[in-house]
Design a protein around this ligand. Structure first.
Ligand SMILES: [Zn+2]
Length: 642
């Protein structure tokens, strides 16, 4: 940095001015009435609800005659009643049908008075008040409440409660392998039974259910793929995983050969150790996420507090998912329940990883003040298109309404405070509300044509340089996919060290590489054109130790019908040196992430065969290369190495 006297002097009067003026710590005071306007804006959003377990309206109606006040205490309130009573027996009697309603109320009342202050306890009170006009649930009102619940159980209940009262446009149901009434629902499906491999008989059950004969791990993965395809055919909009109820969320990387071996042992009836089973489950989970990528589906993962009384909370810490998230950067992960109580951890994950969303489903009723505290923090730490603020997570429809009321209060309360303090303007606050209650969910689940993918950016559709780049970039044409690769070599003093592969190409030669001898390997990339050196060199002794620096060479040959000028597009991680027919055409040392079409070079190709040699350095972490030839005549032919 250099110091310029002139610019310093120019600053002085400004500094003096500032010291005389009053310092304004609040950038802009909100206009009168802002709180009311924010509340009404939040109330008017048509919510897209990311998570429900609702029974069908028909099922609800069919049970109408049996319903009473306890209907509003099913699901989560029941857990706090259990916690308050420490008696599963008494709770069983309250929610059973063997005793009169009056007797059951008398058992219920003392524990209700203890848990009515929890988030779960507030929900039935809001339902009674707002939907049934009963201001409190007491000895004198419970019978009327029961009667009203029965009376309301008729066709049109869902429309009334979900649409008219809760203003929920769509809910994502987590309800198994079926289709739901499309006027209310989309759905996600679970494949957790495939992951929870435990015995040969469990595999046999899956074989029977899917109709796939399972003799080895490949068959098993084929059955999983079939199951996912069936879900796609039923129009599922994502995959849900709730395995934090069964095991830790830490999914390590198990190599395919080891997984094949373990699976064979399992099928043979051998009892696998806990660690061995976990490795196998981890492997299948990674393959499920591969399928999520293949079918462009987001994955919802339960993190934090588990429903029910008596689970192991540490299994559900969202940071356990780090390796899974890092291994699948193109899959969107929606981490559930505001991670309660791991809100700070969730903030870090969603901030660091572009593919992580915070989903607050269930959290508004677990604890309104936790939700408020962390929503404040998440708005400050995480881009507003990555927070999903509502999922009712209930089986009883009235409870979804009350939950939505509590969630809207939280969102409005946070935004009002953010505007009051001058952190956001009123307009910004209302925009955040729209995103987190609606727009983000449409984008994550690709509903109503919404997406956050670049395809939706208007500037990429308008004619101009960006559009031209985008058209090249989104196509798979022209990538060099046939390569001979050798490495890793020592990084040494960088790209200009002369190493043997650049002296002469002989596919049979063997050189001293990093930690061991290296030879040329034939590599054909996927359609994306990505040459991933870390996976090519994964067996190298240094790479295995996590020592990822070095040099790699990739060589390709192509034939042109004539001498001409064309363009070559390059993406490399990190810097690269390129020779075309033994002449250096590019030499740049820098640290960067590789993406296709990062740079364009004008190159001159000769008639007949041309040879391209690319030396790619790695300064650490990922290591890759993309090369595309942009030939307007589309006549260039690539050499397929033998
Ligand atoms: Zn749920």
């Amino acid at each position: 940095m250099s110091f310029h006297l002139k610019s310093f002097l120019l600053c002085v009067p400004v500094l003096l001015n500032v010291s005389q003026a009053q310092i304004r710590t609040v950038p802009c005071l909100p206009e009168n009435g802002f709180a009311e306007r924010i509340r009404s804006a939040v109330d008017s959003v048509w919510i897209v609800d990311t998570h429900e377990h609702l029974e069908t309206e028909e099922a609800r109606i069919s049970r109408a005659a049996d319903l009473d006040f306890t209907h509003l205490f099913r699901h989560y309130a029941l857990e706090d009643l259990t916690s308050a009573s420490n008696s599963y027996d008494i709770i069983g009697v309250i929610f059973g049908s063997d005793f009169s309603e009056q007797e059951r109320w008398q058992l219920f009342e003392p524990y209700f008075s203890a848990m009515r202050s929890t988030g779960y306890g507030r929900v039935p009170l809001i339902v009674a008040n707002d939907l049934y006009g009963i201001s409190d649930i007491t000895t004198t009102t419970y019978e009327e409440l029961s009667q009203q619940i029965r009376q309301a159980s008729k066709p049109g209940l869902y429309r009334d409660v979900l649409k008219k009262r809760a203003r929920i446009e769509l809910s994502i149901q987590d309800g198994g392998h079926q289709q739901f009434d499309p006027q209310f629902f989309h759905h996600v499906e679970r494949f957790d039974d495939f992951i929870m491999l435990s015995s040969a008989s469990a595999v046999e059950l899956i074989a029977q259910r899917t109709g796939v004969s399972i003799q080895n791990l490949d068959d098993y993965l084929a059955a999983l793929r079939e199951a996912v395809i069936s879900g796609v055919e039923r129009k599922m909009v994502g995959i849900k995983s709730a395995l934090a109820y069964n095991r830790t969320l830490a999914y390590g990387n198990c190599d395919p050969e080891q997984a094949q071996q373990l699976f064979a042992e399992l099928l043979s009836g051998k009892n696998l150790s806990f660690d061995a089973l976990k490795s196998l489950q981890d492997f299948v989970m990674h393959r499920l996420v591969d399928l999520a990528e293949e079918f462009d589906l987001p994955i919802q993962i339960h993190t934090g507090l588990q429903a029910g009384n008596g689970n192991i909370i540490t299994n559900s810490n969202p940071t356990h998912l780090t390796q899974l998230i890092m291994s699948h950067p193109r899959v969107d992960f929606c981490l559930f329940h505001g991670g309660y109580p791991y809100g700070g951890e969730l903030a870090v994950l969603a901030k660091n990883f572009p593919n992580v969303y915070i989903d607050m489903c269930w959290s508004a009723i677990i604890s309104p003040s936790y939700s408020k505290r962390y929503l404040h923090e998440w708005i400050e730490t995480v881009p507003a298109n990555k927070i999903l603020a509502f999922g009712g997570d209930y089986s009883v429809v009235e409870l979804v309404y009350a939950h939505s009321v509590m969630a809207r209060r939280i969102v409005a309360g946070v935004l009002i405070e953010k505007v009051e303090s001058g952190y956001l303007t009123e307009k910004e606050g209302i925009a955040v509300a729209n995103r987190i209650l609606r727009q983000n969910a449409l984008e994550v689940f690709h509903l109503q044509g919404q997406t956050r993918k670049p395809d939706s950016l208007a500037v990429l559709q308008r004619s101009g340089n960006l559009q031209q780049w985008w058209q090249i970039h989104r196509s798979t044409e022209g990538f060099i996919r046939n390569w001979m690769v050798i490495g890793p070599f020592e990084f040494g003093s960088g790209l200009n060290d002369v190493l043997p592969p650049e002296r002469k190409f002989d596919p049979s030669s063997k050189f001293t590489g990093r930690g061991e001898d290296v030879t040329w390997q034939k590599i054909v990339t996927g359609e994306s054109g990505e040459l991933n050196f870390l996976s090519i060199f994964q067996k190298n002794v240094k790479i295995k130790q996590g020592d990822l620096t070095g040099m790699a060479y990739a060589l390709a040959e192509f034939k042109s019908a004539k001498e001409k000028d064309i363009k070559l597009s390059l993406g490399s991680n990190d810097g690269a040196k390129i020779w075309l027919n033994d002449e250096v055409i590019y030499n740049r040392h820098l640290g960067r992430r590789a993406f296709a079409d990062n740079e364009f070079l004008d190159i001159h190709v000769k008639k007949g065969w041309n040879r391209l040699l690319v030396k790619v350095e790695n300064l650490g972490a990922s290591w890759g290369l993309y090369v595309r030839l942009i030939d307007p005549d589309a006549e260039i032919e690539m050499r397929e190495f033998k």
